[in-house]
Write a protein that binds this ligand. Sequence first.
Ligand code: IDP
Ligand code: MG
Length: 139
Amino acid sequence: MAGKITFTMIKPNAVKNGHCGSILHMINAAGFCYKGLKMIKMTPGLAKKFYAVHKDRPFFNDLVDYMCTSPVVVAAISGDNAVESFRNLIGATDPKTAAPDTIRGKYGESIQMNAIHGSDSDENAAKEIALIFKDEELF
Ligand code: IDP
Ligand code: MG
């Protein structure tokens, strides 16, 4: 059965450009609830752990550098069929191909600066939440 929890991160450019409120609103309007929410600045160590599956990809080092340029907003969110329905809300990885009414379609600037992260499986959602949140930060 599909799980009810996923993890998201509003990426540096979207935070810096003032899109947090609009993005958090889109997430709520789509029916998700916040279980944990905070602003953090990623360190290279944390970003490398977070994106470890991509460590051999040509874009890895650039992505790690980018994720540490300025703060991100991270959230654990709940909703029915959370992982898949949230991936539908954020849209395709490349904002150029993301549907215009998705978060990446609206706020993504490039394939790297694509506004937002969404976990790709229940297992990874649980891992990402455990990496970023302490138990007492989840409600
Ligand atoms: P996803 O975020 O849609 O799951 P992944 O393939 O898991 O996409 O890639 C993780 C992140 O790495 C993307 O969100 C994007 O920021 C970055 N990325 C993916 N492909 C490229 C690329 O070809 N060039 C630069 N950055 C990329
Ligand atoms: Mg991914």
